[in-house]
Ligand binder design. Structure first.
Ligand code: NDP
Length: 309
């Protein structure tokens, strides 16, 4: 029998429990799925979306894997008691939601939709170009970024991508490295940031990145607030260098009411809703990944402790 502890907000347990039980059965695993335990040393796997920041993970002395319900590992990595292997969530349902969000906001910037809202003017010569005449750059072309990039490409946009490691044989033009970043920013009409928050990505959209952007570029950030140097972005927006920004994630959430983003006319704020873990598809991923580990095939989606993603 495999002991699995579900540790997340109370409200999630009744929603996940029956679906997870089904998913483990489909994998042929006999599991004891529990909500609480007095014997943490007996737990084999933790299904985890912490309700609090200060869980003591050192009590799980025989844990083989923590399977997160979140895509972003940053918050979990801040827990100093984490020593066990950590798998982040890669959920087809979450990916689909992110594709919807990103494509929707790319189209909003592409069509200049906001210009027409209550314009009270019959604007002329403002018909948008076709997608092929616009370049959309994805900073971060992992699970989510690449899915969004392919959807934008399928829609007809000219799509380019930038990542830590250079992707060869990718279906879009790919770049890496500092020079690659400057190149990508200089080509892009619309920039989408879908990287994790790590020491290496902190403030990556800063003064230099803004200076490297094409005049009038738009930014969409559903990645993490830490990717943005807020002062540099605000300066870029106020000077008109950046035409608009759609921001879903922030260094402090909820975004404080006195934050200047709220009053910046060319900023659209969404409250960290770009995409979320979907219970049916995520449960199937949890069960399949734990089954892989049980069978000795090695879990997928492991977070690299050195790279922090
Ligand atoms: P992945 O780990 O699959 O992809 C991350 C991408 O970022 C990879 O292409 C990676 O490069 C690139 N990257 C990482 N570090 C660097 C760096 N220093 N320089 C350049 N590129 C870098 O993550 P996902 O696609 O699954 O998720 C991305 C992020 O999206 C999550 O970490 C999370 O923060 C955010 N997210 C936000 C949600 C929301 O609702 N707003 C919902 C879900 C996720 P390489 O390919 O070389 O490894």
């Amino acid at each position: 029998m495999i002991n699995i502890l579900f540790s997340a907000r109370d409200a999630l347990w009744p929603q996940y429990q029956p679906v997870l039980i089904d998913a483990f059965a489909k994998q042929g695993l006999e599991v004891n799925l529990m909500r609480e335990t007095d014997a943490p040393e007996t737990i084999d796997y933790l299904v985890y979306a912490p309700a609090r920041d200060d869980d003591d993970l050192s009590v799980f002395t025989n844990l083989k894997l923590i399977q997160s319900l979140w895509a972003g590992p940053d918050k979990l990595l801040r827990n100093k008691t984490l020593t066990q292997p950590l798998a982040r969530m890669v959920d087809p349902g979450m990916t689909q939601g992110m594709v919807d969000y990103v494509l929707g906001h790319i189209l909003r910037h592409h069509l200049h939709t906001d210009t027409f809202a209550q314009a009270e003017t019959w604007l002329t010569d403002v018909a948008p170009p076709l997608p092929a005449e616009r370049t959309v750059a994805f900073l971060g072309i992992g699970e989510l970024g690449m899915a969004c990039a392919l959807a934008a490409k399928a829609h007809g946009f000219n799509v380019i991508g930038w990542s830590r490691s250079l992707k060869v044989d990718a279906p879009i033009a790919c770049f890496a490295g500092d020079d690659g970043l400057i190149e990508v920013l200089g080509q892009a009409d619309i920039i989408v940031t879908l990287m994790p928050a790590t020491p290496a990505t902190d403030g990556i959209i800063g003064i230099d990145a803004v200076a490297a952007m094409k005049d009038g570029a738009a930014l969409i950030n559903p990645g993490r607030g830490e990717l943005i140097d807020d002062d540099a972005l605000l300066a870029g927006l106020r000077s008109g260098k950046i035409s608009g920004a759609t921001l879903d994630v922030f260094r402090e959430e909820p975004l404080p009411l006195d934050h200047p983003y709220w009053r910046e006319p060319s900023v659209l704020i969404t409250p960290h809703i770009a995409s979320e873990t979907r219970i049916p598809t995520a449960s199937a991923v949890v069960a399949a990944n734990i089954a892989r580990d049980v069978r000795g095939e090695g879990a997928l989606y492991l977070v690299d402790p050195a790279l922090k993603y």
